[in-house]
Design a protein around this ligand. Structure first.
Ligand code: PLP
Length: 388
C-alpha cells in the first residue's frame, strides 16, 4: 500500500534539488565567517541561497542584509515582532494590530508583549474573512506594528494584506508592517513591495526544503531607520541581526528548494488549486461539513468537520491506511484544547475537535484524493458504528 501524504502544511518532503545541494554542502565545512578560502566557500553557498530567495520574493537588487537567515519560521516571527517592539520607545506608540487566529509563534510573542505593557488588538477572522470594519476603527498614529499572516495554516484563509498594510501606512506613516508568509510563500504570488510589507517571515520546510532553517526579509527602509533590533546577540553574524554560526547545509538546501519549487510556479499553483477543488467536490458527497473560507483562500489547504467523530480517531484510522492528514496545525496537535483558529473561524468547540486539515503539494494526484476519500468514507461508516 503506497503512502499518501496530505499534511504538507505541517511539513513537506525534501525535493531532489535540496537533497543534492545539501549533499554537496556537507563537504564544505568552513565557517562562513572565516577569512580563508574554506570560509569563502561556505559563505558562497549562503550568498547563493540568499540570492535565490530574494529573486523568488521578487526583491529587485536585494542587498544581502535584506534577508536574515534564522533557525525556522518561528524564529523569524520572534525576531520581527520582538525586534520591532524593543527598537522603539513605547511612550510614542505601543499598539500592535494582529488577527485572532495567528500561528502560536506570533500569538505567544504578543501575549508576552502584553504582559510588558504593549496593547495588542486582534482583528476578527470569522469565516476566514478579515474584519476590515474593526480594523478601520483601531488604526491610528499610536500603532507601532501591524503583524498578520498571509495564509492561515489551519483553514487556508488568505488575507488581503496589500489593503491592510496600505490602510495602516495611510493612518500611521511610522508603522512597521510584518507578514508571516510561512504558508503563503511559493503558494501565492507576492512581493514584499507589492503588498507593502516591511518584514516577511519564511520557512524552508514548507516548500520542500530542510527543517530548521527560515528567513526574515527586512526592507531597506527598516534597516535605514534602525527599526529592528536583534534577539540573539553574539558574534554578529547575519549583519548583527542573528548571531550564531550559520546552518550552511540547511541554508544551501533552502536555496535549492526555492529554485526547484519556484520553477514553473504558476502552473504548479494552478495544479494544486485544481486538486483542492477536486477534493472539495468529492468530499461534498460525504457526511462532512466543509469549512471553506468565504473570501480569499490558498490553493493548498482545506478543512472539514466530521459528524461527531474526534479528528484524532479518524486521523489514526487513516494512518492505518497509510494516509496522513492533520487534526490541526502540527504545533497545536499535541494540545487537548480546541484550536483557537477554528473557534475564531466560527466553529463550536466540539466541531473544532472533530475537524481535519488536508494540505496538498505539487506531488499529490487525483488518484491519491480518490483513495483518501474512499478510505474516509470507510472510516465514517466504521467509526460512526463504533460510536453508537
Ligand atoms: N507561521 C505559520 C503560519 C506556520 O504555519 C508555521 C508552521 O507551521 C510557522 C509560522 C512556524 O514555522 P517553523 O515550523 O519553521 O518554525
Amino acid at each position: 500500500m503506497k503512502e499518501i501524504y496530505l499534511d504538507n502544511s505541517a511539513t513537506t518532503s525534501l525535493c531532489e534539488g535540496a537533497i543534492e545541494a545539501m549533499e554537496h554542502a556537507m563537504r564544505v565545512y568552513g565557517n562562513p565567517s572565516s577569512l580563508h578560502t574554506l570560509g569563502h566557500e561556505a559563505q558562497k553557498l549562503v550568498d547563493t541561497a540568499r540570492d535565490s530567495i530574494g529573486a523568488a520574493l521578487g526583491v529587485r537588487m536585494m542587498k544581502p542584509e535584506e534577508l536574515i537567515f534564522t533557525s525556522c519560521g518561528t524564529e523569524a516571527n520572534n525576531l520581527a515582532i520582538f525586534g520591532v517592539a524593543y527598537a522603539k520607545s513605547r511612550r510614542v506608540a505601543n499598539k500592535i494590530i494582529t488577527t485572532d487566529s495567528e500561528h502560536p509563534s506570533v500569538e505567544k510573542v504578543l501575549q508576552m508583549l502584553e504582559t510588558d505593557g504593549f496593547e495588542v488588538i486582534r482583528i476578527g477572522t470569522r469565516g476566514g474573512v478579515l474584519n476590515f470594519e474593526q480594523l478601520e476603527k483601531v488604526l491610528d498614529d499610536r500603532v507601532l506594528l501591524v503583524t498578520m499572516m498571509m495564509v492561515n495554516n489551519e483553514t487556508g484563509a488568505a488575507y488581503d494584506l496589500a489593503r491592510v498594510f496600505k490602510l495602516a501606512k495611510e493612518r500611521c506613516p511610522s508603522v512597521v508592517t510584518h507578514c508571516d508568509a510561512v504558508q503563503g510563500f511559493l503558494k501565492l504570488r507576492f512581493s514584499p513591495a507589492a503588498i507593502g510589507a516591511d518584514l516577511v517571515s519564511l520557512s524552508s520546510h514548507k516548500i520542500h526544503g530542510p527543517k530548521g532553517v527560515g528567513a526574515l526579509y527586512v526592507s531597506r527602509e527598516i534597516l535605514k531607520q534602525k527599526k529592528l533590533v536583534p534577539r540573539l546577540l553574539g558574534g554578529g553574524q547575519e549583519f548583527g541581526f542573528r548571531s550564531g554560526t550559520e546552518n550552511v547545509i540547511g541554508i544551501a538546501g533552502f536555496g535549492a528548494a526555492v529554485r526547484q519549487t519556484g520553477r514553473g510556479l504558476d502552473d504548479k499553483i494552478q495544479k494544486i488549486a485544481a486538486l483542492r477543488e477536486y477534493a472539495l467536490l468529492k468530499l461534498s458527497s460525504l457526511d462532512v461539513t466543509l469549512n471553506v473560507p468565504l473570501d480569499l483562500c490558498a490553493p493548498h489547504i482545506l478543512n472539514f468537520t466530521l459528524p461527531k467523530i474526534k479528528s484524532e480517531t479518524m486521523l489514526h484510522y487513516l494512518s492505518g491506511e497509510r494516509i496522513y492528514v492533520s487534526s490541526g496545525s502540527a504545533c497545536s496537535s499535541h494540545s487537548h484544547m480546541p484550536s483557537p483558529t477554528l473557534l475564531a473561524f466560527g466553529l463550536s468547540p466540539s466541531d473544532a475537535e472533530n475537524s481535519i486539515r488536508v494540505s496538498l503539494s505539487e506531488y499529490n494526484t487525483e488518484e491519491e484524493i480518490d483513495r483518501f476519500v474512499e478510505c474516509l468514507k470507510g472510516g465514517l461508516n466504521v467509526l460512526v458504528r463504533v460510536r453508537r
